[in-house]
Design a protein around this ligand. Structure first.
Ligand code: PMP
Length: 384
């Protein structure tokens, strides 16, 4: 029977410790979460600034729902584009220093919307091997040739660009790598994009709100400003504490996306309520230097705490602090040991990360306290 194959495949996932199991949370997940009636200390959320539970965002949601209703009722290009969406796009463009921005429902949709509108059959995408899954899917949807270079290897990328006879070229990278926490060399990448007349599309899901002056993101952190070939994707479900994403770039690129990007056009516009919440969040991000400083202090504390122990953190100075454990069963054991101590750190396994590099992905948030980080350090040191 056609479905028996699925049963076998599920069994195989289970035997290889690759079955994903989700938990139903009985509370919001900030630095703590209630699961099965138990309160656990959580290091798994991408709510890097601790804004997801901020009362100003909840107030914005309530006020907006009363004024605009809960649903947009249409796609942006028909009847769903309302005042809060428009105000948000203008605010986001101004914040990151771009001509214009376009608001998408999620980062996944922004990525699969952007790449196929810029390149297609006969073109080539040059992509970092550690790019996020949504970028990989975006290239497949575009039907362009998918050339992958070793992580952050600019020499290899340049050789590929020089040898390529593709009609149009596009360089595609995470700005902060989601499972490693390290940064892409954006200055070198824009240099190569200019030398080889390529687009550069940067996914800053984990940098927006956290890096750069006032949290303007990875471009600002790298001292770069927009150029006509640079397309920036920021997501709004992580540091911004809400959901959604935006693409920022030149007037021409954004107008082209509005005309052609299928995941923008053929979907109901995100609730205006979310746009209002993000506008409130943007103010907190802009004025969030205290939060970013505290987050940095927590990162330093974790790194110092584990220094010299069995646990080797990857070289990351962002809120993503991974500890590579190796095999799938080993990382599940470590995560389970932490869970026994009421600490929740997710175990990340293939295909999210390369085989043999299963890891604990410790995510820190400005909402954590020094004591909470010390508790994690103590538990890991005890287990070692
Ligand atoms: N890009 C990167 C690098 C991500 O880590 C994620 C989310 N994990 C996304 C895009 C997708 O964003 P969203 O969750 O808003 O769909």
């Amino acid at each position: 029977m056609i479905w028996e194959e699925l049963t076998r495949q599920l069994q195989s996932l289970s035997e290889n410790n690759l079955l994903r199991q989700r938990k139903t949370l009985e509370s919001a997940c900030s630095t703590q979460a209630v699961i099965d009636g138990r309160t656990v200390l959580a290091f798994c959320s991408n709510d890097y600034l601790g804004l997801a539970s901020h009362p100003a965002l909840a107030d914005a949601v309530c006020a907006s729902a009363r004024q605009w209703g809960t649903g947009s009722g249409g796609s942006h290009v028909v009847s769903g584009h309302m005042g809060p969406h428009d105000a948000l796009e203008k605010a986001l463009a101004g914040f990151v220093g771009a001509d214009r921005a376009l608001f998408y429902s999620t980062g996944y949709m922004a990525n699969v919307g952007v790449v196929p509108t810029l390149v297609g059959r006969g073109d080539a995408v040059f992509a970092d091997r550690l790019n996020h899954a949504s970028l990989i899917d975006a290239v497949q949807l575009s039907r362009a040739e998918h050339r992958r270079y070793a992580h952050n290897n600019m020499e290899q990328l340049e050789k590929m660009l020089a040898a390529s006879d593709a009609k149009r070229k596009l360089i595609l990278t995470d700005a902060v790598f989601s499972m490693d926490g390290d940064l892409a060399p954006l200055k070198a990448l824009i240099g190569l994009a200019e030398r080889y007349d390529a687009w550069l599309v940067v996914d800053d899901a984990h940098g927006f709100g956290v890096l750069g002056r006032e949290g303007r993101g990875s471009l600002d952190h790298a001292g770069l400003s927009f150029s006509p070939r640079l397309v920036y994707v920021g997501t709004l479900g992580k540091a911004a504490g809400v959901s959604g994403a935006f693409v920022a770039g030149s007037e021409t690129v954004i107008e082209w996306l509005m005309q052609r990007s299928r995941s923008y056009i053929f979907t109901t516009a995100t609730s205006p309520v979310m746009a209002s919440a993000i506008l409130a969040s943007l103010e907190l991000i802009r004025n969030g230097d205290d939060r970013r400083c505290h987050l940095q202090a927590l990162i330093d504390r974790l790194q110092r705490g584990l220094d010299g122990s069995k646990w080797k953190l990857l070289p990351s100075f962002t809120a993503i602090q991974p500890v590579v454990v190796g095999e799938n069963d080993a990382v599940l054991n470590v995560s389970a040991e932490l869970a026994k101590r009421n600490i929740w750190v997710p175990a990340i396994r293939p295909p999210t990360v390369p085989k043999g590099s299963a890891r604990l992905r410790i995510s820190l948030s400005a909402a954590h306290t020094h004591e909470q980080v010390a508790q994690l350090v103590d538990a890991l040191r005890e287990m070692a």
